[in-house]
Write a protein that binds this ligand. Structure first.
Ligand SMILES: C=CC1=C(C)c2cc3[nH]c(cc4nc(cc5[nH]c(cc1n2)c(C)c5CCC(=O)O)C(CCC(=O)O)=C4C)c(C)c3C=C
Ligand SMILES: [Fe+2]
Ligand SMILES: [Fe+2]
Length: 329
């Protein structure tokens, strides 16, 4: 059966001019700001204009654009190679090109009889996977004979092996620095979204526990923390900054490992590699290491291919009532 795989991701600006409209798309998403229109539209206009200069500064560090699309294209190509010609792997970004409607047209033009919706977010959140799935269902309606959904895969074995492998590279360097602390840093979320039942935080904890078990390091000192807070509302914690302050007080070296990102982009290359590294130096942390994202690690790509074969295989214990998989597969 001809099967299109739709890889969902956030998208990122492809030029400095694209930063403001990208931010507008993000803040105009009901999954991010729940207010009804026209209030949401007005808020999105206001916040995107206010945030744009800060965000432009971030993307300037990356040569004026996000590397997220190239990274996602590499992952798509690696998955395509593994799956073969009965499959067509397509990318649907939520807030910048290529958008979901493009992937939908390409899937139809190719003659897909079945689609498998595969987010590049291991943990389900209403703000990421939920938003992309909702948009897909609105656009695609009944366009295909069969649609299957991978809602989440927080404990997928290939993902876990790949994360552990990336961490081990840094661990081997860091052990020369006493007893380093491993900080699993995930993108944060407003506390109000978690309070409404979003399973993201629970699933981040599941991923972390699985990686710690895979590492098998005796007496490992580790913690989970949350980065990338935007706006004045209360976000889940502890923040990555808080954890850096604690590490400074304890005089331990740190390895910061992304646990919710599967590719490199502004949140890793700028926030983790520049901003938090700088803070760590300022605070006098003995040494700062950063584990790479899994990107196209063969174990991760093999894990994605396994999910295509069995979409429900690595679902978190608690994908829960807010998840849109509706108990499929
Ligand atoms: C209120 C705002 C935001 C929520 C909630 C949020 C959730 C969320 N985001 C990701 C992954 C990524 N976010 C990225 C960038 C980014 N995110 C927000 C805001 C929220 N995200 C903004 C404003 C931005 C733009 C950059 C900035 O201004 O700081 C990215 C990187 C994109 C890129 O560089 O190409 C990713 C990836 C997750 C996983 C998540 C909730 C679980
Ligand atoms: Fe974000
Ligand atoms: Fe689910």
């Amino acid at each position: 059966m001809k099967t299109a795989i739709i890889l969902f991701n956030l998208g990122g600006p492809d030029s400095l001019d694209a930063v403001k409209p990208f931010l507008f798309n993000l803040f105009n998403d009901k999954a991010i700001i729940g207010a009804p229109n026209p209030i949401r539209w007005l808020l999105a206009k206001y916040i995107s204009a206010k945030r744009a200069p800060i965000a432009r500064g971030i993307y300037q560090h990356l040569g004026g654009k996000s590397p997220l699309l190239e990274q996602t294209q590499d992952q798509a190509a690696a998955l395509q190679k593994l799956l073969g010609n009965d499959f067509k792997v397509l990318i649907a970004m939520r807030y910048w090109h290529p958008f979901a409607d493009q992937a939908l047209q390409e899937a139809k033009a190719w003659g897909a009889e079945r689609v498998i919706l595969l987010p590049l977010y291991p943990q389900f959140s209403t703000t990421t996977t939920g938003s992309s799935l909702k948009q897909w269902h609105q656009l695609a309606a009944n366009s295909f004979g069969e649609t299957r959904t991978v809602c989440c895969y927080p404990v997928e074995p290939g993902l876990i092996r790949a994360m552990a492998a990336k961490i081990r590279v840094e661990w081997d360097q860091a052990v020369g620095q006493g007893r380093p602390r491993l900080l699993f840093s995930a993108h944060g979320l407003p506390q109000s979204i978690i309070d409404k039942g979003d399973p993201y935080q629970r699933q981040v904890e599941q991923t972390t526990a699985a990686v710690v078990a895979e590492l098998g390091i005796a007496d490992l000192d580790w913690a989970i923390c949350y980065q990338s807070r935007v706006g004045p509302a209360k976000w889940i914690g502890p923040s990555t900054e808080d954890e850096l302050h604690r590490a400074a007080a304890d005089k331990v070296a740190v390895i910061v490992a992304p646990v919710a990102f599967v590719s490199e982009h502004s949140e890793t290359l700028v926030e983790l590699d520049i901003e938090y590294r700088h803070l760590a130096e300022k605070l006098g942390i003995p040494a700062y290491f950063r584990a790479a994202a899994v990107s196209s690690h063969p174990d991760f790509i093999k894990g994605l291919a396994d999910l295509v074969g069995d979409p429900g295989a690595a679902r978190g214990k608690a994908c829960g009532s807010q998840c849109l998989c509706k108990g499929e597969a």
